[in-house]
Design a protein around this ligand. Structure first.
Ligand code: NI
Length: 137
């Protein structure tokens, strides 16, 4: 952050009312923070679409009982050790494991890892939390 500036925005009355409702629903108490976050969200999206260095997390739910699956997921993660910062494994219940894979690397590599993990048989659900290294937003 390099100092704050104030500026005016002209927009339709209806759109501003919708922005305020959205802002309130999401817990914002002032327009400046809500607006800044919207802009940053777009900048982060662009980091991903333009293949920049990104950070985030892959979250997976999978079947604990498939032993070959656990080994396969580990083999894949070893192949991507350059983009994986850490992996947290949580035994959700008797049958299910939750794994959080923290990542930092090029958007292409990270997306490739997420796609490979998602496609493994026995993986029930995967999400990719697309965030930023924070350097350029
Ligand atoms: Ni487990």
């Amino acid at each position: 952050m390099t100092g704050l500036v104030r500026f005016g925005i002209s927009t339709e009355k209806d759109l501003l009312a919708k922005f305020d409702r959205l802002m309130n629903d999401r817990g914002y108490t002032n327009r400046s923070k809500a607006f800044s976050d919207l802009v940053r969200q777009e900048l982060v999206k662009r980091e991903w679409t333009e293949g920049k260095e990104v950070a985030g997390a892959i979250i997976m739910i999978y079947d604990h009982h498939k032993r070959e699956l656990v080994n396969k997921l580990m083999d894949i993660q070893h192949d991507f050790n350059k983009v994986i910062m850490s992996t947290q494994h949580i035994h959700l219940d008797h049958d299910n494991c939750l794994e959080i894979v923290a990542i930092k690397g090029t958007a292409v590599e990270v997306q490739k890892l997420a796609d490979i993990l998602k496609s493994v048989r026995g993986v029930k659900h995967t999400t990719l939390g697309m965030s930023s290294t924070g350097k350029h937003i």
